[in-house]
Design a protein around this ligand. Structure first.
Ligand code: AMP
Length: 356
């Protein structure tokens, strides 16, 4: 892979806050960024050199975008397969490997992939009808969670099934092909953020401990309260996934930590991740810079954590407290420039460092 010198242009699919923070990190290393998004006035476009607004299915628009960039990456995993194909056909490199995007888009394929690589998941079954759901409920037992196979995020597209008798009519409520997962009575949730460079080098960030509220990440702390074996197992899983996809860039895997210390993979994100935002102030190389380095063919940077961390998401109205947060010398405030603070919308985050 050729190394992109400063002054090259990086293309980002998607205009959300992850794209915005990627663009800021790319600028720090002397790159320009072009964003491709289907939304005018996106958080990323306001810090990018140029934005192409168009449909992810419009080959001509994607071809035009491809002519202006030297590599394309993505800030969301639900990039249609057509988009990656059109960009590759236009002759531009797409990182990470679109195969990783495709697997991460479908919860059934993702969990099957994990299991095929020896990574434990909750018990699961594909569900394409009420009959499938009834059978799966008997096989997996209750409690269980019915999720859409595709396009689920932040707890959307999920229905809890408390008892085997509760499933009647539930498939219709889901309204799309699904997956039934056994409920994991976890002790805590963690994520690992890992990166693989074009030279095959792999770097891991310290494990993140995550708290969710209503299916949305609300708080991340480091160090995660887990033993050394959990770190080893999470790193082994991340290495397996990175190598299986010949992956270049940052990848995240979320796990449940069980009472016996075992870890169970919930999902992966082939991208930078909300639970890694602390790395902007709390690591020698942020996850955003790391991703830019990897896709540009640069060496990975050191991932050393420099402090104990608390990162809190500002969701919906939380962002209205910006003036108090701005006055708190211990709060590093990030606002994403979203125009309206709708309920459940990630508006920004705050990181607090406690020097170790
Ligand atoms: P997801 O969209 O799959 O990441 O789910 C959002 C959140 O729901 C997770 O972070 C967990 O807190 C919870 N959750 C999802 N799947 C399960 C499961 N199989 N067992 C227990 N909790 C789950």
């Amino acid at each position: 892979m050729n190394i992109l010198p400063p002054g090259s242009t990086i293309g980002i699919l998607g205009g959300g806050q992850l794209g915005r923070m990627l663009a800021l990190a790319a600028a720090q290393l002397g790159f320009d960024v072009c964003v491709f998004t289907d939304e005018p006035d996106s958080p990323a476009s306001r810090v990018a050199a140029r934005t192409f607004v168009g449909s992810y299915l419009d080959s001509a628009a994607l071809g035009d975008f491809a002519r202006h960039v030297q590599v394309v990456t993505s800030e969301f995993e639900n990039v249609p397969a057509h988009t990656a194909d059109a960009l590759i056909a236009a002759g531009v490199r797409v990182c990470p490997n679109p195969r990783a995007l495709a697997v991460a888009q479908d919860r059934f394929d993702e969990k099957s992939f994990f299991n095929a690589h020896g990574i434990a998941t909750p018990r699961f079954a594909a569900v394409a009808s009420q009959g499938d759901l009834d059978t799966a409920c008997v096989e997996i037992g209750a409690p269980a969670i019915l999720k859409t196979r595709r396009l689920g995020y932040d707890g959307h597209g999920q229905i809890r099934i408390h008892g085997v008798g509760d499933a009647a009519g539930t498939y219709e409520k889901l309204g799309a092909p699904g997956i039934l997962e056994g409920f994991c009575p976890f002790e805590r949730e963690i994520s690992i953020i890992a990166a693989r460079g074009a030279d095959g080098a792999i770097a891991f960030y310290d494990l993140c401990e995550n708290e969710h509220s209503g299916g949305i990440l609300s708080r991340t702390i480091l160090p995660a309260r887990v033993g050394a074996a959990v770190v080893v197992h999470a790193q082994q899983a991340a290495r397996l996934v990175l190598e299986a996809f010949d992956y270049i860039g940052v990848l995240t895997i979320e796990f449940f930590v069980m009472r016996d210390g075992s870890i169970i993979a919930n999902e992966m994100a082939p991208r930078v991740h909300n639970s890694g935002h602390w790395s902007i102030e709390g690591a020698l190389t942020s996850q955003f810079e790391q991703h830019v380095r990897a896709i540009a063919g640069w060496p990975l940077g050191p991932t050393t954590r420099t402090a104990d961390i608390e990162m809190v998401n500002l969701i919906g109205d939380d962002a209205h407290s910006w003036s108090e947060l701005a006055a708190d010398p211990n709060a590093r405030l990030h606002l994403y420039g979203k125009r309206d603070a709708r309920a459940g919308r990630k508006m920004g985050h705050v990181t607090r460092l406690k020097r170790a």
